[in-house]
Design a protein around this ligand. Structure first.
Ligand code: HEC
Ligand code: HEC
Length: 335
């Protein structure tokens, strides 16, 4: 039996067992519902989250800083802006360089514009002292663009565009996959020379914002194709596919049960072959030299609910990425 058939049967059996078949979703697609108290603790309107200086919603608050990860997540061509606010006088605990721990009260935002329409702004907030104490919700922009309103259940086709806003529980399908929970504001994602108006790793070191600052920025190994492929897999797949995923007791919430690992780690950047992504080749998800018979290429080349990769957050194939990853596999040699 092929792994695809096996995994399909497993899904159907699990769905029968939980009575979930009517909703057509596999067992791995259910996340813990966010409780009412957590949702109630988040402001109802974006204007009350501290992102903007005033009600005009155009000028950023003075303590909010913009940033961008060097390897962005593909969201069907949407453009994004991102910001962070650290509580005054506090530093990020970087004792685990691959899993930064943010001080309680940290807020991060990400705004999405699709087809020229600003559709949503997402908020992540560190609400307590433990690594799992994060709250998350998306705010959907009102038609007059004067404010955005919390949408804990998400929204299909927001702002008249094809963009779907995820529900508050689905946020952790991706953000629950790493110990930090924050995915784009990290040692590897900020290891590049960002433009003046964006924070990067060197700014954080210079401003003494890290408890254990690294001596310099980190370099993703390889030639241009290898670096781009490793970065793409890190940003688009590594939050789900990594072998350090925190244990959770609730539903599976998009956790893969396989040996794939697409997450870069600062201690494994010596050569492309040292990165977890190359080691994943041993599981036959890709076949060096042969993109056509590589399972990961098949899964990223079309969109089919519950099967295509990534499993969440996209309805349009990232054609440029498919071309990049095909080239990466074609030119790949195992070392
Ligand atoms: C498909 C996976 C996925 C889902 C679902 C998702 N995110 Fe993210 N998010 C990411 C990735 C990957 C990044 C970093 C890369 C980037 O920003 O391009 C990110 C970045 C962010 C950021 C900037 C801080 C950071 O972690 O880098 C915020 C804020 C955020 N997401 C909030 C949310 C909220 C709130 C939800 C749910 C309403 C959500 N996200 C759902 C994958 C996801
Ligand atoms: C939201 C979480 C999530 C994201 C993001 C994600 N995956 Fe997956 N992936 C899964 C889950 C869960 C499974 C296992 C599904 C099952 O049990 O049938 C899986 C299965 C797979 C498989 C099949 C396993 C095998 O050995 O053939 C491949 C290949 C794969 N993913 C590649 C990728 C690639 C490449 C990306 C990024 C472009 C990606 N995935 C992004 C959750 C995710």
């Amino acid at each position: 039996m092929s792994p695809e058939v096996r995994s399909f049967l497993r899904t159907v059996l699990a769905a029968l067992a939980t009575g979930a078949l009517l909703s057509c979703s596999g067992d791995f697609e259910t996340c813990e519902p966010v409780d009412a108290a957590t949702l109630a603790a988040m402001p109802e309107r974006l204007s009350d989250t501290g992102l903007f200086a005033d009600a005009s919603m155009t000028v950023l608050a003075g303590d909010v800083k913009a940033f961008a990860p060097q390897f962005p997540l593909w969201t069907d061509g949407a453009t994004k802006r991102r910001w962070i606010r650290l509580p005054p006088g506090q530093r990020i605990d970087t004792s685990d360089m691959d899993a930064w721990q943010f001080p309680q009260g940290t807020r991060l935002w990400k705004e999405f514009t699709r087809d020229g329409v600003r559709v949503e702004t997402r908020l992540l907030e560190k609400a307590g002292p433990h690594p799992e104490d994060w709250r998350a919700v998306a705010y959907v922009w009102l038609p007059d663009q004067r404010d955005a309103v919390a949408a804990p259940s998400g929204m299909r086709d927001a702002g008249g565009t094809p963009h779907d806003v995820p529900s508050a529980s689905d946020c952790f399908g991706c953000h629950g996959g790493t110990r930090s929970r924050v995915l784009g504001f990290s040692a590897i994602q900020l290891s590049y020379a960002a433009s003046e108006d964006l924070l990067d790793l060197e700014d954080l070191i210079a401003s003494d914002l890290l408890t254990q600052p690294p001596p310099s920025r980190f370099t993703v190994p390889g030639n241009d194709v290898e670096r781009a492929a490793l970065g793409y897999l890190h940003a688009n797949c590594g939050h789900c596919h990594n072998q350090q995923r925190p244990e959770s007791e609730g539903p599976r919430c998009y956790a893969p049960e396989n040996a794939l690992d697409f997450r870069l780690q600062v201690g494994r950047l010596g050569s492309p072959g040292e990165t977890p992504a190359y080691r994943s080749g041993d599981s036959d998800a890709f076949n060096p030299g042969h993109p056509d018979s590589s399972r990961m290429i098949k899964r990223i080349s079309k969109r089919q609910t519950g099967w295509s990769m990534p499993l969440l957050g996209t309805e349009v194939v990232d054609a440029e990425a498919v071309a990049l990853l095909r080239r990466w596999i074609s030119e790949m040699k195992r070392d």
